[in-house]
Design a protein around this ligand. Structure first.
Ligand SMILES: O=C(CO)COP(=O)(O)O
Ligand SMILES: O=C[C@H](O)COP(=O)(O)O
Ligand SMILES: [Zn+2]
Ligand SMILES: [Zn+2]
Length: 354
């Protein structure tokens, strides 16, 4: 199966009431971990590359690692998605590279740090939708800035995110604005701000409704029922992974992530794509620390990358199961991007705003 349209996967997920984790990948072992996990449970796959990933590995390596995944797992529907594009130019570059799905993050200016105006966001997102839908490429946009509702701190930890303090209204997507945004842009998927943020340090305690606003998901979904909602910053930061890291020489501070049961609740109300990077980082770091601590004489990189890859696979497999992906891959009849482009042109994939 070739690379498929993300819109098709998310439509399938909506129809059957499940969510798909979108895993960030940067290297061979992460791609292998996600694919092996998906294969074991029969899940559809979204592999996403950030600007940082493309810089780290190089665009050709990212492209061909994902191509290799398609070749090695021809029975798994797979989406190659660009995470957090900072401008229409970046999205255009990704499309030319073969990405079947792009995120135009117009909630921030093209420095990836300064919160943008609503008008700016509509303008850049609409431009990306126009160019993408012509070739069957899916578009994710973002409205609202990721940030910590406990402190007002913006989300900058991984090189993408607003910097400094934000007020509550900037950190919670407004349902009314979401409706206007979707109507004006006709994008396929919308990332919303509900109190999550990138990285390991999301919450100082297990989050409750005041700092993780799952109720917002429901309000937004009511207004834009067929626009797929996306949760960024949705690693769960498992306590046992923090414990392994710290047991073997790490120094991570106490922190809490997004509980899986909250994500499961959000999936009932329109969340279809759940972005996860940090949990893979934690799993791999813990496994490498443990292996090298227990085997101080070893120096073959393959020996410590193997447990790291295995630990990443376990996290991915768990999320596939928890979000309801098991067995869904085999039910998807992939359509070509040309076919999807024709469906956009006929207006069949237009968004409904209530
Ligand atoms: O949102 C993300 C990538 O876009 C990743 O979020 P985490 O840092 O919670 O894994
Ligand atoms: O967008 C956030 C992801 O966690 C990617 O992080 P990165 O920019 O460090 O690759
Ligand atoms: Zn953003
Ligand atoms: Zn993100």
């Amino acid at each position: 199966m070739a690379l498929v349209s993300m819109r098709q996967l998310l439509d399938h997920a909506a129809e059957h009431g499940y969510g798909i984790p979108a895993f960030n990948v940067n290297n061979l072992e992460q791609v292998q971990a996600v694919m092996a996990a998906a294969d074991e449970v029969g899940a559809p796959v979204i592999l996403q590359a950030s600007a940082g990933a493309r810089k780290y590995a190089g665009e050709s390596f990212i492209k061909h690692l994902i191509q290799a995944a398609v070749e090695a797992y021809p029975h798994i529907p797979l989406v190659m998605h660009q995470d957090h594009g900072t401008s229409p130019k970046v999205c255009e570059g990704a499309i030319n590279l073969g990405f079947g799905s792009v995120m135009m993050d117009g909630s921030l200016m093209d420095d990836g740090k300064t919160p943008a105006s609503f008008e700016y966001n509509v303008d850049v997102t609409r431009r990306v939708v126009e160019m993408s839908h012509k070739v069957g490429v899916t578009v994710e946009g973002e409205l609202g800035c990721l940030g910590n509702l406990e402190t007002g701190d913006a989300g900058e930890e991984d090189g993408i995110g607003a910097v400094g303090k934000l007020d509550h209204s900037q950190m919670l997507t407004d349902p009314e604005e979401a409706a206007t945004f979707v109507k004006a842009t006709q994008l396929d998927a919308l990332a919303i701000a509900i109190g999550t943020s990138h990285g390991a340090y999301k919450f100082s305690r297990k989050p409750t409704g005041d700092i993780l606003a799952i109720s917002r998901v429901k309000e937004i979904h009511k207004r834009i029922p067929n626009t797929h909602l996306v949760m960024h910053g949705s690693s769960s930061v498992p306590q046992e992974l923090l414990a392994i890291i710290n047991q073997y020489g790490g120094k991570m501070k106490e922190t809490f992530g997004v509980p899986v049961e909250e994500i499961q609740e959000a999936i009932k109300h329109g969340v279809r794509k759940i972005n996860i990077d940090t949990d893979i980082r934690l799993a791999m770091t813990g496994a490498v620390r443990k292996f090298l601590f227990e085997n101080p004489d070893k120096f073959d990189a393959r020996e410590w990358l193997k447990p790291a890859r295995e630990a990443a696979k376990l996290v991915c497999k768990q999320r596939y199961m928890e979000f309801g992906c098991e067995g869904q891959a085999g039910k998807i009849q992939a359509r070509s991007l040309v076919d999807i482009a024709a469906a956009y042109a006929r207006g069949e994939l237009a968004q409904v705003v209530q």
